[in-house]
Design a protein around this ligand. Structure first.
Ligand SMILES: CC(=O)SCCNC(=O)CCNC(=O)[C@H](O)C(C)(C)COP(=O)(O)OP(=O)(O)OC[C@H]1O[C@@H](n2cnc3c(N)ncnc32)[C@H](O)[C@@H]1OP(=O)(O)O
Length: 177
């Protein structure tokens, strides 16, 4: 029952976004958007394309300010997924995203003093990529097909296809008794 309810809500969300953002928002009608799915778009060049059968849990936020965001078919986004795009972000088919993931394709150009501009570069995520909880994917990164990003990683460099990225941390235990 819930699946049909979600499909109907998603249809309305798509319709609202299509009317509001006109040709700049394209999404297949077959989606299952969770509560709090939000699209923010500013700038006439902003574009969002979403393939079919996207499933999102609560709190997915897509913010595009002059860039292009493309999400492929049959991707799953767990709670609190957050994508901010001023340049280009592409996600392939069959990708799985865990909770609290941030994808951001720009930095503040902090070396330029107060109120700096932005520096940006595209992010490309291949097909069948699994991203663990609390990962942050930074500008300029390409993640190859079938790769895994371990929970808590900050992805700053390209990840080859068919690999697991994990960033080792040391566990330290100090007794207080
Ligand atoms: C839609 C959804 O996805 S919902 C489910 C969400 N689930 C998650 O977010 C969980 C994500 N899972 C992980 O991060 C796991 O730790 C995995 C998948 C990376 C483990 O992969 P495995 O191949 O089994 O790795 P394994 O446990 O053998 O660890 C290999 C090494 O990586 C290290 N490692 C594993 N995970 C992490 C991590 N998240 N951060 C840092 N280091 C890690 C291990 O300590 C180990 O180091 P060692 O070789 O010095 O002992």
């Amino acid at each position: 029952m819930e699946i049909y309810f979600r499909a109907i809500i998603s249809l309305f969300i798509n319709l609202k976004n299509k009317i509001f953002f006109q040709g700049r928002y394209k999404a297949n009608i077959l989606q299952s958007f969770g509560p709090g799915f939000r699209v923010h778009m500013s700038g006439k060049d902003s574009k969002i394309e979403i393939g079919k059968k996207t499933v999102t849990r609560a709190g997915m936020q897509l913010r595009v300010e002059g860039g292009t965001l493309k999400i492929g078919n049959q991707c799953f986004f767990n709670t609190n997924m957050n994508i901010t795009c001023v340049d280009e972000v592409t996600i392939g088919d069959y990708c799985q995203f865990a909770n609290n993931i941030v994808i951001v394709d720009h930095d503040h150009d902090y070396k330029q003093g107060i109120n700096p501009g932005l520096v940006s570069s595209p992010i490309h995520i291949g097909n069948n990529v699994w991203v663990g909880a609390n990962a942050v994917i930074l500008r300029g990164v390409t993640i190859g097909d079938n790769s895994v990003i371990a929970a808590g990683s900050v992805v700053r460099k390209d990840v080859p296809a068919n690999t697991v990225l994990y960033q080792k941390r040391e566990d330290n235990y100090k007794s207080f008794q």
